[in-house]
Design a protein around this ligand. Structure first.
Ligand code: BGC
Length: 911
């Protein structure tokens, strides 16, 4: 069940329109201050290290309490508290402070705006510090490969390494400026959840260097990230946390990483290779401890210097951030107005308008009198994914509430009859006196299979129970608990009806005597560290006005979770799949579809199909109302091709965070002109995904153990579509605005590359439409005669530019030597061939507007240590500027501006 607490509707918008600032000034720390602390930190670390015994050191490199670094009280070093979560802070070892729920990683990626990434980092850092924590286990920056990916919603790279490399350090810089450590995760290659504890990824070196690593490399080189989390799965036969190649050679030697490497939770399988590879902190300490490691020290197989280096790294970073001196904050200002504003601004720029036929959007407030809203996702807190990144919103603006507040004079009606909400589903049953009453008869059994007489019987108004909070008749024996519900439904619309059950166990549903749901023995999927509770749906054709029997049988199973978006309990809902004829009378129907923490999250991969027969629902609605607007949700692409031609407008909202309802409504009504671009490709059919042959199905059942990355270099995302010529439904980089942009007069200077002299690609960008808006201009580079396999083109720069109607600006995007380079497996260096390079500039990967050319006359070799995946100007945009408070910007239009199609205002996410 989604969180049902609602924020007083009007107060919410009022809150977010204020010029805001944190109640308590929080600590900030600049890179300059950190540099000034270096010497002291080095010395202090050496001093403490010198005092520590071997046993103390071995104990110190294992974490404590789930997320923490152990205290060394005897040396004045405090416990270091970690806060978990990617999309916001989830309470961990101390306190109980769920923070602001920010938009998901793909939303941030879709902004194509490092400024939003800095804002996000600063806000997340603030939430971390104010909760009394010294680090946050984020940001996540793995690549998106396939729509199966359970954790894609956490990651900010989309399907492109340059996009990740440009945003990741911006987030890290923002977080660390708050005086807390950021943690880049998951190093490396955690691109899917399929069998993450055993999966072995065969990854050619070039795929590793050119696709998988740049976001991490950039976080090290451009933001001196304090922590790095090594991931669960294997890369080329070695567990990531035990990979000398990944950690000792690349991260620590080549990139000169000075921070500490923490294992993902119990990701260290073998203590010795992990210690030797360079993992510094074993969270939770099950392997890198005295019992496992001391014998190797004694035998000489493991060097004490290796352990010292780990302790030194941890201590040095503690002293660097002065955690030994500064008392943790206790203000617990976890839902600050400023953080809310940041969440709102990311959503405003990170919701992508995919289709807008005949300019059906934006809706006109003056003309729209009645709007229908369909889909439970619109009714409560905007959805988010399941798992360690899940945060429950304490305050939120639902999409329904956002629409109601945006159009106070219109009737915005939520259609319960078409929405699967357990709290609103209507049932009838017969009470002990034989009267028909609302609800379902509920019989409780103290055995697993509904046998004998029930131990208790009652009538429940809805099937919506939660073992962790509700008073439920039970003897507490999970293995011997079954419940049967019986009652009737009387549909109001003839046609197919969907029944949905979400439960921590075995469930079967009969409607009119026909079994339509049966999940077998109800055991959770086997690849579980944090098991999700995934619903089941079934459908049946019924007639309006007739009454049908319904029976649900449920037998409880152990091991499910009540937290992180899971459920221990049972919920059942039903709704019509057929649209009522009077739906034609609405000026618009907004249908909220897609995934949520019920279907998508950590530990498991998911289907490409929309759940709950939503594809059919959309088509049925579109048949009745031609003004059907679809808002998709989820961290990935989902199947849209079967209905997209039948609706005039669609958006991908991803998971837009706790204020996503406001952002979506502002976009639908044109108060905000959309400027998000897709950080992923959306395929028509899953088979069209260029990597489909290498990963034809997700698998949570522990059978798939090997995954090949052999084709990724030229087949991942838009690289693959370019190569095969297959057209995606919506291409990487696509995103519509309510205005139009034209590109003219490209110049490339110098046209001949010399060393690392920045190459400037300049062009005129004009807002040729009627409204103020922002365009993301995308710059792709392709080598003309590559000697090695290379993608047709690769994103190497972008710029988001805000323009008033009619305004033209000369825009410059810089390139550097790495923009042209590939990783040479022989010399183990980056190489730029002597060749010509195509410069393609455009509005999307499939919408190139201008072409240029660049010549590199002499082959160049670039060091893996000093070369940078970011050109100078992109690097600059990752830095927190002194005047940060004045540089925030979204593209919200005031009412009068909309009316006159005139100016736009930049609104600030001020601290
Ligand atoms: C996840 C990490 C997370 C950790 C702590 C692990 O299962 O992979 O991303 O930070 O749990 O909750």
């Amino acid at each position: 069940m989604l969180n049902r607490k609602t924020l007083g509707a009007h107060s919410a918008l009022a809150l977010l329109s204020l010029a805001v600032g944190h109640a308590n000034a929080s600590t900030t720390i600049s890179p300059k201050q950190l540099a000034a602390n270096e010497l002291r930190a080095d010395k202090a670390a050496e001093r403490t290290l010198a005092k520590m015994t071997q046993e103390e050191k071995l104990a110190y490199i294992g974490g404590i309490g789930g997320w923490d670094v152990k205290p060394l009280t005897q040396y004045g070093v405090p416990q270091i508290h970690g806060a978990d979560g990617g999309a916001g802070i989830r309470y961990t070892s101390e306190g109980n402070d769920p923070g602001v729920v920010y938009p998901s990683g793909p939303n941030l990626a879709a902004t194509f705006n490092p400024q939003r990434a800095i804002d996000f980092g600063r806000a997340l850092g603030y939430d971390t510090a104010t909760g009394g924590y010294q680090f946050v286990t984020g940001p996540g920056m793995n690549l998106y490969r396939m729509p199966w990916s359970g954790r894609a919603f956490e990651y900010l790279s989309g399907e492109d390494p340059f996009l990740g490399a440009s945003l990741a350090p911006a987030v890290v810089n923002g977080i660390q400026q708050r005086g807390v450590w950021a943690e880049a995760k998951h190093y490396a290659g955690n691109d899917q959840e399929t069998n993450r504890f055993i999966l072995d990824q065969a990854m050619p070196e070039r795929v590793l260097r050119e696709l998988t690593l740049p976001a991490f490399e950039s976080s090290v080189k451009n933001s001196t990230v304090a922590m790095m989390m090594c991931s669960f799965q294997k890369v080329n036969g070695e567990y990531a946390c035990e990979s000398k190649h990944l950690i000792a050679d690349i991260l620590k030697k080549e990139w000169r990483y000075k921070g500490l490497v923490q294992s993902d939770y119990n990701a260290v399988v073998h203590g010795l290779p992990a210690a030797q590879a360079g993992t510094d902190l074993d969270m939770m300490g099950g392997q890198m401890n005295s019992t496992v490691l001391k014998p190797y020290l004694d035998s000489g197989e493991l060097d004490m210097a290796t352990i010292d280096d780990k302790v030194r790294r941890i201590l040095k970073n503690i002293y660097l951030y002065k955690f030994d001196k500064i008392d943790p904050q206790t203000t617990h200002d976890m839902n600050s107005a400023a953080s809310n504003k940041v969440a709102l601004n990311i959503a405003r720029e990170g919701i992508v308008l995919l289709k807008n036929q005949n300019d059906v959007l934006p809706l006109d407030k003056a003309k729209v009198k009645r709007i229908a809203v369909v889909g439970n996702l619109a009714k409560y807190a905007p959805p988010t994914g399941f798992g360690s990144a899940h945060v429950d919103a304490t305050h939120y603006i639902s999409e329904l509430s956002g629409l109601q507040q945006m159009a106070p004079n219109a009737k915005v009606e939520f259609l319960d009859s078409l929405s699967l909400d357990p709290a609103a589903s209507q049932w009838t049953t017969t009470d002990s006196k034989g009267n028909t009453v609302k609800g379902m008869k509920t019989e409780f059994f103290t055995n697993a299979n509904w046998s004998g007489d029930p131990s208790a019987t009652r009538i429940d108004s809805h099937v919506d129970m939660d073992w962790s909070t509700d008073d439920i008749p039970s003897n507490g024996d999970t293995a011997n608990t079954s419940i049967r519900w019986t009652g009737q439904v009387t549909p109001t619309i003839s046609g197919e009806q969907v029944f949905k059950v979400r439960a921590d166990g075995a469930v079967r549903v009969w409607v009119d005597g026909k079994k339509i749901i049966d999940n077998g023995d109800g055991e959770n999927i086997t690849n579980k560290s944090i098991p999700p509770t995934i619903p089941e749906s079934g459908k049946i054709t019924l007639e309006a006005g007739k009454t049908y029997d319904v029976k649900l049988e449920y037998s409880r199973r152990d091991g499910y979770l009540s937290t992180m978006g899971g459920l221990v309990g049972v919920q059942m809902a039903w709704a019509s799949l057929a649209a009522p004829q009077d739906l034609s009378q609405y000026d618009a129907v907004v249908v909220a579809v897609g995934n949520s923490s019920e279907y998508e999250g950590e530990g498991f991969d998911h289907s490409f199909d929309l759940p709950e027969y939503q594809n059919e629902l959309i088509q049925n609605i579109a048949k009745v109302n031609p003004r059907t607007l679809v808002a998709m949700h989820g961290g990935t692409a989902l199947k849209m091709s079967d209905w997209i031609d039948q609706v005039p407008a669609a958006l991908h909202a991803f998971y837009p965070g706790q204020n996503g309802g406001q952002a979506l409504a502002e976009i639908l009504f044109g108060k905000v002109n959309p400027s998000g671009k897709l950080p992923i490709s959306i395929e028509r059919n899953i088979e069209d995904n260029p990597l489909y042959a290498d990963f034809p199905n997700f698998d949570n059942t522990r059978t798939l153990k090997d995954l090949s990355y052999k084709n990724d270099l030229t087949m991942l995302g838009y690289r693959g579509y370019d190569k095969t010529g297959t057209k995606p439904l919506f291409a990487f980089g696509h995103g519509l605005s309510y205005t139009q942009f034209t590109y003219n007069n490209i110049s490339v200077t110098p046209g001949v590359a010399v060393g690392n002299t920045p190459i400037k690609v300049s062009f005129d960008l004009t807002n040729s439409g009627q409204r103020a808006g922002a365009e993301v201009a995308e710059l792709y580079v392709g080598q003309q005669h590559p000697k090695v396999e290379r993608a047709v083109k690769e994103l190497k720069g972008y710029k988001k530019v805000f323009l008033r109607p009619g305004e033209t600006r000369r825009v410059t995007i810089e390139l550097n030597d790495r923009s042209l380079a590939y990783f040479d497996e022989k010399s183990k260096q980056w190489v730029v061939d002597a060749d010509s390079f195509d410069i393609s500039l455009g509005a999307a990967s499939d919408d190139i507007r201008l072409k240029g050319r660049l010549v590199n006359p002499f082959r160049q070799e670039l060091s893996t240590t000093t070369s940078n995946p970011l050109p100078r100007s992109a690097l600059k945009s990752t830095k927190v500027s002194q005047s940060h408070d004045n540089t925030g910007g979204v593209f919200e239009q005031t009412e009068s501006e909309n009316e006159s199609s005139g100016n736009s205002e930049y609104e600030n996410a001020a601290y």
